[in-house]
Design a protein around this ligand. Structure first.
Ligand code: SAH
Ligand code: SF4
Length: 346
């Protein structure tokens, strides 16, 4: 069985090069070809024939296949990718100022079963390998190069697609190491954000294993009772412990933690909840993202009106916490956050 080339970080590749007594430059040449230049074809340049034969023997270069592409009027692009075993996952390109952010999936489905989330409805099928995470990025980049030439600039990576990234820590970590590598895509630490529902076993590994990467917590309520209903793992990992663990992660200069707050009408969008959230976060290096609920099929939750969202933000402003209302992009193709579900088409 061959290993995927895209499962290896730069150190793994260097080890392979050393073990096989290949020229030292092989690792950097390969990273340059596949990750800096983002070629999808095999590398044929600057590497000896013997080395190429050995690499061919050991590695496959398969990437996720683009199964469907949906473009919306606001330039958001949703991809449905087909993986080698036939599973399907989605990624979304979100435009901002002539650049793109990419929202990546980390699992097929999700085990956390949050009550408001379309992905959670399908349960966990399996976790993705690093190559399947990195592959979403490379394929989306190449799609841009082909379809919107000159616009292939994906400068931010967010793990906010399908899955709980910290429940697939090893693969997400390796994918981050590949993205960060100066020999390849060279994406900055603070251009990568991992969003979590509060999975403490993963948060505990953060400081040692992925320091510097941005953290977003799906908070959604400052109260355990409400959080228990929204995010069932809150019962196992209650908010106070989640916050303690997050507070123990050192932040770089000017680094903030993002708290995502999903607003559901008459559930967690009232003024008292806004005050409680403000009190909880006012002394922390926090940003808040308010996300009005995106309707999903068979849900009784409702999206609050704009005035209620604005009133919630106004309260937070009094606590001097930078708060952004996340405008929904890609609504018409169900590409907004929390609307990703590939089960009906897989
Ligand atoms: N599993 C991780 C990351 C993926 S979900 C997490 O839960 O944080 C990415 C974001 O989309 C989370 O903040 C999640 O709470 C939000 N989300 C999920 N379903 C949503 C919906 N129906 N409307 C709006 N946001 C939603
Ligand atoms: Fe999983 Fe996040 Fe959806 Fe919860 S909100 S079910 S953790 S993807």
């Amino acid at each position: 069985m061959k290993t995927s080339f895209y499962d290896l970080n730069f150190n793994d590749l260097c080890e392979f090069v050393q073990k096989n007594a290949l020229n030292e430059s092989v690792a950097s040449n390969l990273f340059n070809w596949h990750y800096k230049k983002k070629n999808l074809t095999k590398c044929t340049k600057d590497i000896s024939k013997t080395a190429l034969a050995l690499i061919d023997d050991k590695f496959d270069f398969e990437l996720p296949e683009v199964d469907l592409v949906h473009e919306s009027a606001d330039k958001t692009v949703k991809f449905l990718f087909k993986l080698q075993d036939g599973s399907k996952v989605e990624s979304v390109l979100i435009p901002f100022h002539n650049k793109y952010s990419i929202c990546l999936s980390s699992q097929v489905g999700c085990a956390m079963k949050c009550s408001f989330c379309f992905t959670g409805k399908q349960g966990l099928k399996r976790s993705l390998r690093p190559s399947e995470i990195v592959g979403q990025f490379l394929m989306a980049w190449n799609w841009l190069a082909e379809n919107r030439p000159g616009e292939e600039r994906i400068l931010n990576i967010v793990f906010m697609g399908q899955g709980e990234p910290l429940h697939n820590f090893d693969s997400v970590k390796k994918a981050c190491e590949i993205f960060l590598s100066k020999h390849g895509t060279s994406i900055g630490y603070q251009k990568i954000t991992i969003s979590t529902s509060g999975y403490i076993p993963g948060l505990k590994r953060w400081a040692d294993e992925i320091p510097g990467v941005n953290l977003a917590l799906s908070l959604h309520s400052p109260f355990d009772v409400k959080r228990d209903e929204l995010i069932p793992i809150n019962k196992a990992y209650p908010l106070e412990e989640v916050m303690k663990t997050i507070d123990s992660i050192p932040l770089a200069k000017k680094q903030f933690v993002t708290y995502e707050y999903l607003l559901i009408e008459n559930f967690n969008d009232n003024i008292e909840d806004a005050h409680a959230t403000g009190k909880m976060l006012k002394d922390k290096r926090a940003y808040i993202n308010l996300i009005p609920f995106n309707p999903i099929p068979d849900s009784t939750y409702k999206r609050p009106g704009n005035e209620r969202v604005a009133a919630f933000k106004e309260v937070l402003d009094t606590y001097k916490i930078p708060t952004l209302i996340r405008e929904t992009k890609g609504d018409e193709v169900m590409a907004a956050c929390g609307q990703l579900n590939s089960s009906e088409i897989s």
